[in-house]
Structures are given as C-alpha cells and as structure tokens.
Design a protein around this ligand. Sequence first.
Ligand code: MG
Length: 383
Amino acid sequence: MKRRIAILGSTGSIGTQTLDVIRQHPDRFEVVLLSARRSVDLLIRQAVEFDAANVVICDEARYREVADALQSRDTKVWAGVDSLCELVAMSCVDIVVGAMVGFSGLRPTLAALRAGKIVALANKETLVAAGEVVTATARAHGGVLLPVDSEHSAIFQCLLAAGENPVEKVHLTASGGPFRTWEKQRIAGATAAQALRHPNWDMGAKVTIDSATMMNKGFEVIEARWLFDLAPEQIQVVVHPESVIHSMVEFADGAVIAQLGCPDMREPIGFALAFPERLTVGNKRLDFAALGSLSFEAPDTGRFPCLALAYEALRRGGNAPCALNAANEVAVAAYLKDLISFYDIAKIAERALAGMDFVANPSLEDIFETNREIAAIADGYLR
Ligand code: MG
C-alpha cells in the first residue's frame, strides 16, 4: 500500500524537498494534495508531475489561473485556507506534511490532527504559538505529530534507543548562523541579504533570518518542550558550527546518544514519511576522516538576544510564546524588506512580550486573538 501524502506548502523549501524524496520512491508514496500560498507556476508544474488528485491555492485571487492550467486533467482545484482545512481531513490522506510558513500553518495542522492524521511537522511556529492546544488536540483525536525539523528528528531518533529510560536533558545543536563569529557592532549593521547566506542549511527566507537571530533555536527549544514533554531546564542549546550532530539526548547515567548526518533536510523528511523504515534520499554521506574534528561553543545571548527571549516566553508559558512568534513574524517581514535593522527584530519582540496581555491557559480563540493583537501592535512599532 502506498502512503498517501498531503503537502501543505508544497512550493517552499521543505515542500520541494519532500517532493524530491517522493520522486525517488514512486512505489511507496502517492501525492493526494498539494497546496501553496501564491506560487502558482510551480504549484501547477508539481500537480502535473505528481498527478496530484487535489490542489489548493490559498490566495483565492489566483484560483482561476490554477484552475485554467489544470482544466484538462483529473486534478481538482480548490482555493483558500478553509478548503485546505477540509481537505486534510479526507479519508484518502495518510500523512500531512506541515510545511507552511509561520502562524498560517496552525489551522490546517489542527484540522489534520482532529481528523486523526499523522502530521509530519516542519512548521514549528504552530507549536510555538499553540503547543498546548496542538498536543492536546492530537491526544484527544488520535493524531500523531512526527518531527521534520532536523534537531527534533534527531532527538526522536535518539529516543528510539532510550527504551523506557527517562530523558535527563536534550542538547539542541545550533549552527550559530552566518553571524556566529561577528562582533556585535558589525551584526547590528547586517543586511537581510547577508543574513540570508546561511553557512550550512538551504532553507526558506523566514527560517533563515530566524537562524541568523537565533530566534529559530529559541523556537526549537519551545518545539522540543511540546514534542517531547520536557521542562525548559531540560533543553540546552549548544552551538556546533559544522551542523553534523543534529542533536543529542542525555540520560541519568551521563550517557549521551547523538544523531549525525550531512546537513540535508531530505534525511529528516524521509524518516518522517517512511517511519519506522529508512529510505535512500540522495544525500551525501559523512566522511569522518575528512571532517577531522567537530567543535562546540556556548550560545552568546548578548549578541543573539532572541534566544534568551524565547526561553523567557517558554518559562512564562500561556500565550507568551504566541506573542513572541507574532511579533517576530512582523519584524522578520520588515527586516526582509530592509525597513528595520537586525537588532530591531529582538527589540520589537521584547517590547511585545513586555506589553502583552498575559493569559495563563489560553484557548484556541485566545491564541488567535493574541496573534492578531500582537501583530497589530508590532506593526505599529514599525511606523
Ligand atoms: Mg532546525
């Protein structure tokens, strides 16, 4: 039986790499749904190549264009996020790959979990903004979250070797991003173009900027808290510039299990799609002798304050991580347009956290409300 895959955000970095894995294993997977926000041309090409049964263009204004192009085919074309939320629940979907960018992934992810689907989650903002609601929804409806983020896939793989033994802590590795060795003053003047040159990973623009500020690592700390039910103190970040160790788990006896590989997202994607089996995915293999050594250093929250802000939001709990994410989304979008400077991202996030209306046990409605409110407030800071 082929596994039937729905890809939310099929034209982005994770989406295209997911399709590359599927392309290598046509005997194992079938694409039943592709969706994109507005990359019409690529979405159409993907629909044709993979003979997708359903295609959703989230930007409703572009529906005609997609529908006309696919008119002669069996593919059904839909528009809008509401359609997406309905379609992920279809009985013909086995695995939903959550690869949308930012908060926009929350609704379709929840819809898939409510329908008891396996969600291979790359969209970490969903867990940052609403980790408690998302994990509770999965539990209540038999939905399953499988990590696609490389660090969390690594932890998941290490935990398979743990048996019943409790985790003492996890070590999340961080590349340190393009500004790891830069002085603070130089970082302050860094442009978006410079921040987009990530040394190891080929990723979308939003997550690449988040990597440069290390907000991405902070979000991954929050993501790990929810995926693996850990306390904030159990999650440590260590900078590891080679990105060869994808993360590690430490046990009561001091033993540490690590997962290693060349930095290539197709490896964690393939692991999530074929779990518990492993697939060939066309990635490079590690050459330890050529590698020579691996290095580690402590993260510097003086130069990368976003990491500390994420820990603070996680410790406060409630809707604080949601507020942090909302402010960050607005700030990163502005930074990508060269409207603000690098450290303005942290300043906007910090101001939003300080001024927010705290809710200790937010409902889903509270989460949407917080996201709306903080996005509007952060937008106001830009003016
Ligand atoms: Mg990651």
